[in-house]
Design a protein around this ligand. Structure first.
Ligand code: URA
Length: 207
C-alpha cells in the first residue's frame, strides 16, 4: 500500500523531501522510473552526478553498464522499475567536480520511507538490491552482498529478494581478469531475475 495514488504524485512529494539533509546540496530528487505494475524492481544506491542533473536514475556510466547487462540477460529495462535507496545525490565538492560520497545509515533509513511508497505503488514480485546501500534500503538492516547474493530469498508474502553487486563496483576494477570474472557473476545474478520473470510465480501485482 502507498499513501500516494500515482507515481507522479509520489515523485512530486519526493522532490520536496527534507527527511535528511541531502536535499540541501542536490540539484533535485531523482525518483524511481518505470511502469506501475513492473514485476521487477531494481534498486541502486543513490543518483550520481549525471542523474542529479538529469533527474533520472541510472543514466550515467553505471546506468549504461546496467543497461548492457539487462540486455544480455533479456530483462528489458523498460519493463522494470528502476530506483535508488537514496533519492538525493550525496557528494563532496572538489574544485569544479562533485565527488560521490556514500550515504550513511541514517540517510538510507530516512529515505526508506520513499522506497516503501514506490514499492507499494509498483507492487513488484521481485526486488533486486544492487550493493550494500540498496540492501539496507530494502531490508532495513545492513548485510554484506556476499552473504545474500545469487539466490532468491523470500522478502515477505508479496515479494522475493535478490542481492547482487552495484554496477559501479565493476567500473572500479582495474585488472582485466577481475573485470571479466565479476561481470560474469553479475550477469549470473541478473539471469536469476530474468529467469524468475520468465517462469512466472503466481504472484499478482498489488500496484
Ligand atoms: N548509481 C546509482 O546507484 N544510482 C544511479 O541512479 C546512478 C548511479
Amino acid at each position: 500500500m502507498s499513501e500516494f495514488v500515482t507515481l507522479a504524485a509520489l515523485a512530486g512529494e519526493e522532490e520536496i523531501c527534507t527527511r535528511c539533509p541531502l536535499y540541501r546540496n542536490a540539484t533535485q530528487a531523482v525518483p524511481g522510473e518505470g511502469p506501475r505494475g513492473a514485476r521487477v524492481m531494481l534498486v541502486g544506491e543513490q543518483p550520481g552526478d549525471v542523474e542529479d542533473l538529469s533527474g533520472r536514475p541510472f543514466v550515467g556510466p553505471a546506468g549504461r553498464l546496467l543497461d548492457k547487462a539487462l540486455a544480455k540477460v533479456h530483462l528489458p529495462r523498460e519493463e522494470c522499475f528502476v530506483t535508488n535507496a537514496v533519492k538525493h545525490f550525496k557528494f563532496e565538492p572538489r574544485g569544479k567536480r562533485r565527488l560521490h560520497k556514500k550515504p550513511d545509515a541514517g540517510e538510507i533509513d530516512a529515505c526508506r520511507w520513499w522506497l516503501e511508497q514506490e514499492r507499494g505503488l509498483v507492487g513488484p514480485g521481485l526486488i533486486v538490491a544492487m550493493g550494500v546501500t540498496a540492501i539496507r534500503g530494502v531490508l532495513g538492516r545492513s548485510e554484506p552482498v556476499s552473504r545474500l547474493r545469487g539466490r532468491l530469498i523470500d522478502l515477505d508474502e508479496k515479494a522475493k529478494f535478490l542481492a547482487t553487486i552495484h554496477p559501479s563496483f565493476l567500473l572500479r576494477l582495474q585488472e582485466e581478469e577481475d573485470k571479466r570474472r565479476e561481470w560474469t557473476r553479475f550477469l549470473g545474478d541478473l539471469e536469476i531475475a530474468a529467469e524468475w520473470t520468465r517462469a512466472g510465480d503466481g504472484l499478482v501485482s498489488n500496484g
